[in-house]
Design a protein around this ligand. Structure first.
Ligand code: ADP
Ligand code: MG
Length: 211
């Protein structure tokens, strides 16, 4: 991954958030407070505005793109997902201090993002949160990393989407949805669904860049 691809990833993600905004809102209306689509839309609109600003500093590292993204998400998104995703992107950015990153380095960065999510939110797999999509995605990415970035990103996106789907039968044990107890069963977790967008955007941007 180079800096251009990191920027393409974030732009693809911002576009995906807009396309899926109403779906994320609907998921969060079912088991939360209905703001997840609006929260992420506000955040990623601010992220793209900052990246496209005429006076935006030229990022010198892959990590700088992700760190700046995380910082803006922290300040704009609010809710549970703002601090979670903001910290995850900042943690990823902190590990990528060169102008390019190998698939193995990116696997480490994604794992650092997951660690930040888990440290901050205290969720473990099975709690029906972002962690349920992020965990299998990181494992799939790492397993496929020797085959190259395109293969790793595609495997991670597939795994994240399966992970999000697998939250449907779970009862939420963290976040707002946990207040519903067993009534949270039967719905896809909104944060797991948006995490799947993060990994699908990485796969799409990598594919568009030619692998
Ligand atoms: P809020 O719940 O404050 O309205 P959002 O609607 O933006 O925030 O985000 C909700 C999502 O945040 C949930 O679907 C879940 O995936 C995630 N989430 C909530 N609490 C936690 C937590 N403690 N650990 C991990 N993820 C969490
Ligand atoms: Mg919400």
């Amino acid at each position: 991954m180079d800096i251009a691809l990191a920027l393409a990833w974030i732009r693809a993600l911002a576009a995906a958030v807009e396309r899926h905004r109403d779906e994320l809102t609907a998921l969060d209306t079912a088991i939360g407070d209905g703001d997840h689509g609006a929260n992420l839309s506000r955040g990623f609109t601010a992220v793209t505005a900052a990246l496209d600003a005429p006076d935006a500093p030229e990022p010198a590292t892959v990590g700088a793109v992700l760190t700046r993204t995380g910082t803006i998400l922290l300040s704009k998104v609010g809710g549970a997902s703002g601090p979670l995703y903001g910290s995850a992107f900042r943690a990823m950015g902190a590990t990528l201090d060169g102008p390019t990153a190998t698939p193995a380095e990116l696997a480490d960065a994604l794992a650092a993002g997951l660690a930040a999510l888990r440290d901050l939110g205290g969720a473990v797999p099975g709690d029906k949160t972002v962690v349920d999509a992020w965990t299998p995605a990181v494992a799939a990415f790492r397993a496929a990393a020797p085959a190259g970035l395109a293969a790793a990103a595609a495997a991670a996106a597939d795994a994240a989407e399966r992970g999000a789907e697998d939250t449907v039968p779970l009862q939420a044990r963290k976040g707002r949805a946990s207040y519903l107890g067993p009534r949270s069963i039967g719905h896809r977790d909104p944060g797991a669904a948006s995490t799947a967008l993060i990994f699908r955007a990485l796969a799409d941007a990598t594919h568009s860049a030619g692998g």
